[in-house]
Design a protein around this ligand. Structure first.
Ligand SMILES: NC(=O)c1ccc[n+]([C@@H]2O[C@H](COP(=O)([O-])OP(=O)(O)OC[C@H]3O[C@@H](n4cnc5c(N)ncnc54)[C@H](OP(=O)(O)O)[C@@H]3O)[C@@H](O)[C@H]2O)c1
Length: 426
């Protein structure tokens, strides 16, 4: 392989890992790194000059591949656009930019005859993207679902192991470096939503707008939900999924009760776990580190090596044409989804309450699978119900009706239950 010259934007957690791995690659030369603050002490020996002027990377004609590991939407988006415009190939870990601007960037890259590689943008060190793009190319993918955020999985695992409240588990995750000072992106599901947009484009050739992804985070999950789930044979996980339903895509991230016997329920700590279902292969499971310096750098340097090898091909552009449409996909309305539910109500402890709940549920085609009533420290009772599969719109209507009843103090929890994919399920 001939020598390939690289430039990098960013030298933080991931960039530092990339530099470490690149020292083992003889045919790859890192020429310059753009950073925000050139006076910062770096915990690696610098292999090349650093600069605060991104143009020194973006405008250098010798640099063929730009590695973008700055993160955030801007100025990363502008820098990627400028690099593509100058016919530089891109390797990026930036899920936010790809999710929000993917169609435009892939179209620009196609016109300029360059490639965008982005293995590190979803599931860190797990080679999920190349598996869908290459290994499963012969398949019609019907579903990609899994645990795509290590921070929330770490928090939920700690809550279960130690019986901790969400806030305490979050604080511990921040202390250990698994969660950022502002955890909103992770705990409210934005990070997973971005990843699902990218996975939808890979699996179905169509990007979904991040704002069209149904999104619910984990901040409302309580230790009692986790304990009840366990009692019924489930574990609470933040599950993201994208599925083809006719000409629409069903794309969402929300907490779910996953059966203890299901592979996703055993993905613990900061790991990611993903199920991909294809018509020929059936279901495959991938599990591994979804973030962290070296796992993420592993994905990026893998991309750089593959791209550099491809650059030796005589017809590079046609080999890497991205089969992604520039139109945004429509998403299926949540009301049509069908899945079982876990519900927890706080009610007054008076006769006939359970009967009234059952009657309202029956009127909305909701059948109860299990029910548990417990006394509470305050006057009243806590009622936990597991339902059979129900249409979301029926559940919304029943909960709306229950909310007006004098016996209902609070709908404390409403969490969907994971079922293996089938038409319209979950
Ligand atoms: N961390 C992970 O485990 C992980 C996993 C998967 C994907 N990713 C993705 O990888 C990317 C990088 O993440 P990270 O954790 O390495 O971030 P980070 O530690 O915050 O590093 C960001 C780097 O970008 C530089 N930078 C920021 N704004 C800049 C600007 N305007 N001009 C030039 N340089 C600028 C910073 O410069 P200074 O050093 O001078 O401040 C820093 O070196 C993100 O897209 C992230 O989503 C991260």
């Amino acid at each position: 392989m001939g020598r390939v010259v690289l430039g990098m934007l960013g030298l933080g957690t991931v960039g530092t890992g990339v530099v470490r791995l690149l020292t083992q690659q003889k045919n790859l030369t890192l020429k310059k790194i753009a950073v925000r603050d050139s006076t910062k002490v770096r915990d690696i020996e610098l292999p090349c000059p650093i600069t605060t002027d991104p143009a020194e990377v973006l405008e250098d004609p010798e640099i063929e591949i730009v590695v973008e590991v700055m993160g955030g939407e801007q100025p990363a988006l502008d820098y990627i656009r400028r690099a593509i415009d100058r016919r530089k190939h891109i390797v990026t870990a930036n899920k936010e930019v790809l999710a929000k601007h993917g169609p435009e960037l892939f179209e620009q890259a196609r016109k300029k005859g360059v490639a965008i590689f982005f293995e590190a943008s979803v599931a860190g060190g797990v080679p999920l993207i190349s598996t869908i793009q290459k290994g499963l190319e012969a398949n019609e993918i019907s579903s990609v679902a899994g645990i795509l955020n290590g921070t929330t999985n770490f928090i939920l695992s700690s809550m279960e192991e130690k019986g901790e409240a969400f806030a305490d588990a979050l604080k511990q995750a921040q202390t250990l470096g698994f969660a950022e000072a502002d955890p909103t992106n992770d705990v409210e599901g934005f990070d997973v939503a971005y990843k699902l947009c990218i996975l939808s484009a890979l699996a179905y050739g169509r990007f979904v707008k991040p704002t069209s992804v149904f999104r619910q985070g984990i901040s409302q999950i309580t230790p009692s939900d986790i304990a009840h789930a366990r009692e019924f044979g489930y574990r609470v996980k933040l599950v993201g999924s994208t599925r083809a339903t006719g000409d629409k895509l069903d794309v969402r991230v929300h907490p779910m009760l996953v059966p203890l016997t299901h592979p996703l329920s055993n993905v613990s700590g900061s790991h990611n776990g993903i199920l991909v279902t294809g018509h020929a292969v059936g279901e495959i499971v991938m599990v591994g580190p979804g973030a962290g310096q070296m796992p993420t750098a592993s994905a990026i340097v893998g991309d750089i090596i593959n791209l550099s090898s491809a650059l030796q091909l005589p017809d590079f552009a046609s080999y890497f044409q991205n089969a992604i449409e520039t139109e945004w996909a429509d998403t299926a309305p949540p009301g049509d989804w069908v899945c079982p539910y876990y519900l927890k109500f706080s009610v007054s402890d008076s006769p006939g309450v359970i009967g009234q709940i059952g009657t309202i549920f029956g009127e909305h085609n909701i059948s109860i699978q299990s029910i548990l009533q417990r006394g509470t420290a305050e006057p009243g009772a806590s009622v936990v119900i597991l339902t059979h599969a129900v249409r979301n719109s029926d559940m919304d209507a029943a909960l709306g009706e229950l909310t007006g009843k004098p016996f209902l103090k609070e709908l404390a929890s409403c969490i969907r239950i994971y079922e293996p994919p089938r038409d319209g399920a979950n």
